[in-house]
Design a protein around this ligand. Structure first.
Ligand SMILES: [Zn+2]
Length: 295
């Protein structure tokens, strides 16, 4: 029996979140290229980071001589957070603009530490042989891998062919890595148009954000905004873009704080499942239980 039925009030609150992915509620978009988001459309700038840090999972040297302290770090033991209809309060953390080997892995470390899963919305141009390992690790942990377009452009200005290419490029890559297709789409800048609705055949996702693409938003502010705006059924929108260490720090506080409030964490799919709702196309969800197209 699905005890929770539709809270219409959520619809109002989520409206404030549409800024999520750099769509600028309050800030001059263009200057945040540090995080690889911003308005720069150059998701490629993450390549300026030196890759001096080897991926966490790659380094399993066999140092068998000192039997005492064995690293014993499984690369990706699945986190057990199967959605459950009995959950009273459920929420989905989501991360945009990855994958990369540094920040994505740091986010995964925090998720593992707290034993929660999340969902990742990937930019196709950020998927490399190396960053694909982060994607695989996330998937193996039980996280959901979703679609945030190939190039992170304004897709409401694109042709049907371009839109299809943007979507299917990521979908194909994710299928190569995980064996599963992407189930949800988050439009870059939350910009949508009719051609997008017509040519992308999965539900669209927005979310409650905290402008965490802006380096001027402190860890404390990120924690405060998310923990205060959290709601049952909500999708939280953050970014694992290269270098966004403030969000890594923030989620290390947000997760226990929300647990304290009684929340269970699941993927976007798990959120709909837990609420007994089948997501539909031509909708952009910030909450699994919302009724209007935009929430
Ligand atoms: Zn984005």
């Amino acid at each position: 029996m699905f005890k929770k039925i539709l809270k219409i009030t959520m619809v109002l609150i989520t409206a404030g979140a549409l800024g999520g992915c750099q769509s600028s509620i309050s800030s001059p978009d263009g200057s945040f290229s540090v995080i690889g988001g911003g308005n720069d459309s150059s998701a490629t700038d993450s390549s300026t980071e030196s890759s001096s840090e080897s991926p966490v999972e790659g380094s399993t040297e066999s140092s068998s001589e000192s039997s005492v302290s064995e690293p014993a770090e499984p690369t990706a033991t699945p986190i057990n957070t199967e959605p459950d209809y009995e959950w009273d309060k459920v929420i989905a953390l989501t991360f945009d603009d990855g994958p990369n080997i540094e920040t994505t892995n740091e986010v995964l470390d925090v998720l593992e530490k707290h034993q929660v899963v999340a969902s990742f919305f990937l930019i196709g141009n950020n998927i490399t042989d190396d960053s694909a390992k982060s994607v695989k690790r996330a998937y193996d942990l039980g996280c959901e891998i979703n679609n945030h377009s190939k190039s992170h452009g304004y897709m409401d200005k694109m042709t049907a062919e371009e839109i299809i290419e943007e979507y299917s490029y990521v979908d194909d890559k994710v299928f190569e890595i995980t064996g599963e297709h992407t189930k949800f789409f988050r439009p870059p800048y939350i910009a949508v148009g009719d051609l997008m609705w017509e040519n992308i055949d999965v539900p669209f996702i927005s979310g409650l954000g905290c402008n965490d693409w802006d380096p001027n938003v402190t860890v404390e502010q990120r924690v405060k905004i998310i923990t205060r705006s959290a709601q049952d059924g909500a999708i939280i929108l953050m970014h694992d873009a290269q270098g966004n260490s403030q969000t890594v720090e923030a989620i290390d506080q947000i997760i226990p704080a929300l647990k304290e409030q009684g929340y269970k964490f699941t993927t976007v799919s798990g959120l709909f499942e837990a609420k007994g709702i089948t997501p539909v196309t031509k909708m952009i969800y910030s909450n699994a239980a919302q009724q209007g197209m935009w929430g």
